[in-house]
Design a protein around this ligand. Structure first.
Ligand code: 13P
Length: 251
C-alpha cells in the first residue's frame, strides 16, 4: 500500500520567525493525523529552526533544492544533501518547474541532483510537468515521459523505491487553474505505466506520485480519490497553517 504524502512547498516565503510561528500553529492542528505523511519545505534559511520546532512531531521537513554534488567542496552558493540531512531534512524537492524555467535546470542536472540526494539518504520528490503550450500541442505525455525517463535513468529499483514523483503541470501552478481529477489521474497512470515498463510492476506499484498545482482545501478531495494520486505538493495554500491542515485532513 502506498502511504499518501501531503507536502507544503513554501517556495521563497517566510523569514525565520514567521516560519517558526507557522509550524508552531500547524503542529497541534495535525497532531492526530495518521493517514498520511506530512511534509513542509521551508526556505534554506529556516530549515534548522523549523526542524528544532518539529522534533518529535509527525511533520517532516523537505528542502526545496540541493546541489548535484554531495558532501563538501568548492561550490560557492550551493548546499549539499549531506548539509540538508544535517539541518533536519528527510526529503528534498528536485527539478521544480520554477527551477527548470528560471534557472535553466536541465533533465541531466535534475538526474545528478537525484543521485546526490539518494547518496546522502534524502528522499527526492522529483517534479515533472508540461507547459500549457506543450499540452495544447498534444505533447503533454511525451514531455512528462521524457522527464521521468531522464530522472530515473541508470537508477536501480532500490533507489527508485526511495524517491517520489510530483506531477505539476506548469499551467496549474499558482494560476488557480487546477488540473481536473481525470486529467491528473490520466497523467499519473501514464507515469506509473512508464515506470513499470522501465523497472517492473513492483517498483511502479510502490511509487508514490503526488499532484501539484493550485490545490486548496476545497479541491483536494476528488483528486485524492483517484487511484493513482498518492498525495499532494501544495504551494500557496500551504503557507497558512489552517488551510494546509485542512488539506492534510482531506478525508
Ligand atoms: P500552487 O499550489 O501555489 O499552485 O503551487 C504549486 C507548486 O508549485 C508546489 O510545488
Amino acid at each position: 500500500m502506498r502511504r499518501p504524502v501531503i507536502a507544503g512547498n513554501w517556495k521563497m516565503h517566510k523569514l525565520i520567525a514567521e516560519a517558526i510561528q507557522t509550524v508552531v500553529h500547524l503542529k497541534p492542528l495535525v497532531a492526530q493525523v495518521t493517514h498520511c505523511e506530512i511534509v513542509v519545505a521551508p526556505p534554506f534559511t529556516a530549515l534548522w529552526a523549523v526542524a528544532q520546532q518539529l522534533e518529535g512531531s509527525n511533520i517532516m521537513i523537505a528542502a526545496q533544492d540541493v546541489c548535484d554534488v554531495n558532501g563538501f567542496g568548492a561550490r560557492t552558493g550551493e548546499i549539499s544533501a549531506l548539509m540538508l540531512r544535517d539541518a533536519g531534512c528527510e526529503y528534498v524537492i528536485i527539478g521544480h518547474s520554477e527551477r527548470r524555467q528560471f534557472y535553466g535546470e536541465t533533465d541531466e542536472l535534475v538526474r545528478r541532483k537525484i543521485g546526490a540526494a539518494l547518496e546522502a539518504g534524502l528522499k527526492p520528490i522529483v517534479c515533472v510537468g508540461e507547459t500549457l503550450e506543450e499540452r495544447d500541442a498534444g505533447r503533454a505525455e511525451a514531455v512528462v515521459t521524457r522527464q521521468v525517463e531522464a530522472a530515473l535513468s541508470g537508477l536501480s529499483p532500490g533507489e527508485v523505491s526511495r524517491l517520489l514523483i510530483a506531477y505539476e503541470p506548469v499551467w496549474a501552478i499558482g494560476t488557480g487553474r487546477t488540473a481536473s481529477p481525470a486529467q491528473a489521474q490520466a497523467m499519473h497512470a501514464c507515469i506509473r505505466q512508464r515506470v513499470a515498463s522501465l523497472l517492473g510492476q513492483e517498483v511502479a506499484d510502490g511509487l508514490r506520485i503526488l499532484y501539484g498545482g493550485s490545490i486548496r482545501p476545497d479541491n483536494i478531495r476528488p483528486l485524492m480519490a483517484e487511484p493513482d494520486i498518492d498525495g499532494a505538493l501544495v504551494g500557496g495554500a500551504s503557507l497558512d497553517p489552517q488551510s494546509f491542515s485542512e488539506i492534510v485532513q482531506y478525508r
